[in-house]
Ligand binder design. Structure first.
Ligand code: SF4
Ligand code: ZN
Length: 742
């Protein structure tokens, strides 16, 4: 450890601990120890402190203990000329003290109402909420997102700031922004350049000072607790988990002051290295981080013809230092292409052309053909192209993708077709919503000006289908139709195909197959979690159904989706087979020896952390409630989604509580042993609305056509008492069913 850095980090730690201590004293005097504190929409209290110590900060008074711990951690001495200690331990202790102090300050700022911070009419994000944590968690699990970059400070110029962010976005790396140099930070630089910031573009502007960088470490700590099944207080495990599984680094732009050194020292305890674009001493590996701890890359000394090239090299170096694994497919189009553009919204006035939407005519169809019927790489546009369409107009569009391959099966058509949305949406300046005969697409004027044309849809689909599904697809040809009559005519034909597919899907039951599929993607976060995916039940995250897994196995026979032969029946009504039990036992580190696929009470499925919904029994109501992860409100059992998820996640099997995909609610195999859908007494209102059509059908099917109106939600009941009262007035059938707990 360099003496220079050690001294700076210790000084920075001492300063910030003093500041936090002072601030806490003043706030305690003003508001008293009983004043509630906590970040919004998270169940993890002050997450860094919670992960390190298991101490829950719920009131101002609860901050006193971690404050004392921070003080105790501070080294008493500065490194002296004579004392040649390695300094590392003391510096890291100062780093941890710094993180505690920063989190306490942030917590106090929430009490004072100055977080999330507002400046010049702009509201910074503040900490990431639990819902977003889970959404990104899935992407971090399946490798779509290689890791995150915590950028602190300010780039040399605005143009460099933009370039750095674009380089990271292109690689799907999540970007956290905070800090400043002499009063101006990278967030301001990006805003000045009109860069769209927010969850949808993988950029989170935490705040304008260094202290707000604490939210990046809070995010990492919560990942370990949510997805890794780590227990709060197991500091060493949490840190090791971050070192090995959460691929993050700190990029310090501009001058590094004492507080930045101290915060970087805190980040090093997580295994996150710091790369600085100024001259500072390097720190070589000692085992705490995987590679170097601190790397200096003075910006003007980076080889390159101009600042843009230097910025590119800087990011490449960051990726090397942290050892990020990237999955990139080159797509030959005149605009950028990356998952960071997937959530991009294009507003009225900004688009050149719009397809579909209200009153529009569009469809997308993917068909499998014989090998000799498809000419690989052929892309045809029939009708006028984007530059020939009036600006701001709504146009018809039909996309027909024909694929051929020896291992291609008709069953895989919808699996591949669904990817069109995802593939096309990743182009910069293209917004794509919906599928089948309801796609709604907008193309930004700037993208058309840069040469983007309809044939590039074909180029994207061609490149991505080959790259992602090359194992089953040998040939791809794409035809795009833009003439009204032709699109209408072909849409009718497409609708027939959709109808046939619907029928096939309805006939695909658990009884009709002898093999289920596994998914173990979430094991990188929850090592004992196994999803067994059957035709009538999707994976917990909702992203994989039985057909997806079947296709995925064809594509990657050694991948996370393996065939699971059902084997002999143990109990059909609970969904228990010898084969699925055996598989689960073998792949859960021998932790789970029985797992029923349809029962909530008897050996239910394990829950990872990214489930769309969580179900829990409410004995007083003799039924179950279903809470959606988009619902931040309080449930009748006195817990929010996040709290429940923290309780049941991490690969645990918890009778009475179970994570599941939202479409499982509509399945005929919905907890039959417990009485099926009749047991549902409460559902988050957003979920109820989203699935309204499907739920009505279920109610008809089970002979309870009025049941929908008898099911409560957070608008009528957030306590058990209110819930039971509501159910009684409505005469909900669950009240007269046999007791759910036998
Ligand atoms: Fe995780 Fe299950 Fe979804 Fe696979 S199907 S990603 S294991 S939740
Ligand atoms: Zn999961």
């Amino acid at each position: 450890m360099s003496k220079f850095i050690a001294s700076a980090a210790i000084r920075g730690g001492q300063e910030i601990v003093k500041e936090a201590d002072q601030l806490l004293k003043e706030t305690l005097e003003k508001y008293g120890p009983e004043q509630k504190v906590g970040f919004a929409n998270t169940a993890y209290y002050l997450p860094v402190i919670y992960a390190y110590t298991a101490h829950k900060v719920e009131k101002l008074g609860d901050m006193i203990q971690p404050m004392e711990q921070a003080k105790a951690l501070l080294p008493r001495r500065m490194p002296t000329e004579k004392l040649w200690l390695p300094y590392l331990g003391e510096t890291l202790d100062a780093g941890v003290a710094t993180l505690f102090a920063e989190e306490i300050i942030s917590g106090v700022r929430h009490v004072m109402g100055v977080q999330p911070e507002k400046q010049n009419g702009y509201t910074y994000n503040g900490p990431i909420d639990d819902i977003q944590l889970r959404t990104w968690g899935i992407q971090l699990v399946d490798g779509r997102m290689p890791g995150f970059a915590a950028i602190v400070g300010r780039a040399k110029t605005n143009a460099i700031a933009v370039k750095i962010v674009r380089e990271l976005q292109q690689r799907n790396i999540l970007i956290f922004l905070s800090g400043n140099v002499n009063g101006k930070g990278i967030v301001e630089q990006l805003l000045e350049e009109g860069v769209e910031l927010g969850y949808d573009t993988f950029t989170v502007p935490f705040g304008s000072d260094t202290i707000s960088a604490i939210y990046a470490l809070g995010f990492a700590a919560r990942s370990a607790l949510t997805f890794g099944g780590m227990k709060p207080g197991q500091a060493k495990d949490v840190l090791l988990y971050n070192k090995n599984r959460v691929h993050a680094f700190v990029l310090a732009l501009g001058e590094v002051d004492d507080l930045k050194y101290a915060t970087a020292a805190g980040a090093i305890t997580y295994g996150f290295p710091t790369i600085a674009d100024t001259v500072i001493p390097n720190i070589m590996p000692t085992g705490i981080t995987k590679y170097e701890h601190v790397v200096s890359m003075p910006f003007d000394d980076i080889p390159g013809n101009d600042d843009m090239e230097r910025a590119e090299r800087l990011i490449q170096r960051c990726i090397e230092v942290r050892g990020l694994k990237l999955q990139i497919t080159k797509v030959p189009i005149p605009v950028s292409y990356s998952a960071a553009f997937e959530g991009e919204r294009i507003r009225r006035g900004d688009y050149q052309v719009e397809f579909g939407g209200r009153g529009g005519v569009t469809f997308e169809l993917l068909l499998s053909k014989k090998l000799d019927e498809v000419e690989d790489g052929k892309i045809t546009v029939v009708g006028p192209d984007l530059d020939a369409m009036p600006v701001d107009s709504n146009q018809p569009l039909g996309v027909v993708v024909e694929v051929a391959g020896r291992k291609m099966q008709k069953d895989f058509e919808p699996v591949l077709e669904r990817q069109i949305h995802h593939f096309v949406n990743m182009a910069e300046g293209v917004q794509h919503i919906g599928q089948r005969d309801i796609p709604w697409i907008r193309i930004h004027k700037n993208s058309v000006a840069r040469g983007f044309r309809l044939r590039h849809f074909g180029d994207i689909l061609y490149a991505r289908l080959h790259a992602d599904f090359g194992a089953i697809v040998d040939k791809v040809q794409v035809t795009l139709y833009t003439k009204q009559d032709k699109v209408r005519e072909l849409r009718e034909q497409a609708r027939q195909v959709y109808n046939e597919r619907n029928e096939r899907a309805a006939n695909l039951t658990d009884e009709s197959v002898d093999t289920f599929y596994s998914c173990t993607l979430c094991q990188s976060y929850a090592p004992t979690h196994v999803c067994i995916i059957n035709p009538e039940r999707v994976g917990l995250c909702g992203a994989y159904n039985w057909l997806d897994c079947k296709a995925s196995y064809e594509i990657n026979p050694t991948g996370p989706n393996q065939p699971v032969p059902k084997g002999a029946v143990i109990d059909e009504s609970k969904g228990e087979w010898e084969g699925s039990n055996r598989f689960t036992y073998q792949h859960s580190q021998q932790q789970v020896n029985r797992m029923t696929l349809y029962s909530l009470m008897d050996a239910p499925t394990t829950s990872c952390g990214c489930f769309e919904c969580i179900m829990m029994i409410i004995p007083e109501a003799n039924g179950v409630m279903i809470l959606s992860r988009d619902d931040p409100s309080m449930s009748p059992v006195g817990m929010t989604f996040s709290t429940l998820a923290g309780m049941a996640g991490g690969g645990l099997q918890t009778p009475g509580v179970m994570g599941h995909g939202k479409f499982y609610i509509l399945s005929k195999k919905f907890i039959p042993k417990e009485g099926g859908f009749k047991r549902v007494v409460w559902i988050s209102s957003n979920l109820k609305e989203e699935l309204a059509e499907g739920i009505k059908e279920v109610c008809q099917r089970i002979g309870e056509p009025d049941l929908m109106d008898k099911i409560a939600d957070e608008r009528v009941a957030t306590t058990v008492e209110d819930l039971v009262a509501f159910l009684e007035t409505k005469e909900h059938p669950a009240l007269s069913m046999e007791p759910i707990i036998q």
